[in-house]
Design a protein around this ligand. Structure first.
Ligand SMILES: [Fe+2]
Ligand SMILES: [Fe+2]
Length: 311
């Protein structure tokens, strides 16, 4: 392997392997966390060779910088290339394996078909686990970690929603949209109160980013309201679409041992969908620049979810 690649500069191969592996992993992670495509078990295994390739290629680059370590650099370079090729070799497997356990599946949060380079999502929802976190792999979240993430991110989301409506009502409090916005804000306050109660009950800390969502939520609400009542409603449509998908993905992961939490999230999800329907009825889809505005808000909402789950 190394001899076949010897005409290339010493750092070229590990640099290429590093870049290609990073692109592959960035693509699958973006598909998962921003596009809503949930990976199957094999898909998770398929990532390992790329992570290994990244580590080996970095080591190869370090070794290549030291003139006396040419053999080590060559060995690492070869191993890194092999790891990358191994990742590429197992990539087509899911299409040829009939079991749904081995396929990518679209969580209800999947982006519209065609927007992702990943294999076509399945239409059947994943079977609900009997117990929360069942079927996980070594390194997956424990049940406790999963519950912490769910409560933390949902609390952050409901807090952000409360702030969005506060920002919108500060601008549109005297407009014909005020009763609709007030109704939504009232329900968001109830959702937030329930997650605050759950945080105490389950001993979960809030996200470290809460001060950011305090500002960003209000700013988003006020900014869309300043664009007009329809833009304010478009904001609700975009946010609630993301939250609907997000809550569905969560209830799919909760088992029979977490029925009260699952039912709470599902009840809130249905109210979020009602908010979206009310916003559509109020003309949100006719807002100027609707597509650009809602896509930007959806992207930001997914990023906020991803961050709040982890920080
Ligand atoms: Fe809510
Ligand atoms: Fe809502």
């Amino acid at each position: 392997m190394a001899s076949a690649l010897s005409p290339l500069p010493p750092k070229a191969v590990p640099a290429l392997v590093l870049a290609a592996s990073a692109v592959v992993l960035a693509t699958v992670l973006a598909s998962q966390y921003l596009g809503g495509l949930q990976p199957c078990v094999l898909c998770l295994y398929q990532r390992y060779p790329y992570w290994i390739a990244i580590v080996l290629s970095v080591l190869a680059l370090i070794a290549a910088r030291r003139g006396g370590a040419t053999r080590v650099a060559g060995l690492l370079m070869g191993l890194a290339a092999l790891a990358f090729l191994a990742g590429a070799a197992v990539a087509p497997w899911p299409d040829s394996i009939s079991s749904s356990r081995w396929r990518w599946r679209a969580s209800p949060s999947a982006a519209p078909s065609g927007s992702s380079p990943m294999p076509a999502p399945e239409t059947q929802p994943a079977p609900r686990p009997k117990t929360t976190g069942e079927g996980g792999l070594p390194g997956d979240l424990t049940k406790r970690q999963l519950i912490e993430r769910i409560i933390r991110v949902d609390h952050a989301g409901e807090y952000g929603a409360k702030r969005i409506y506060e920002g919108q009502l500060a601008v549109l409090g005297g407009s014909p949209s005020a009763p609709t916005l007030t109704h939504m804000a009232h329900q968001e306050a109830q959702h937030l109160a329930e997650f605050e109660r759950l945080m105490v009950e389950r001993r979960v800390r809030p996200t470290l980013l809460q001060p950011l969502w305090h500002l960003a939520g209000y700013a988003l609400g006020a900014a869309t309201a300043l664009l007009g009542e329809r833009a304010a409603m478009a904001c609700t449509i975009a946010v609630e679409e993301v939250i609907d998908q997000h809550y569905r993905a969560q209830t799919d992961r909760l088992g029979e041992d977490e029925v009260p939490l699952r039912d709470t999230i599902d009840r809130f999800r249905r109210q979020e969908v009602e908010h979206k329907d009310m916003a559509i009825a109020a003309g949100g889809e006719r807002a100027t620049g609707y597509e650009v505005l809602t896509q930007a808000i959806k992207l930001g909402s997914r990023a906020a979810i991803w961050l709040s789950e982890r920080l």
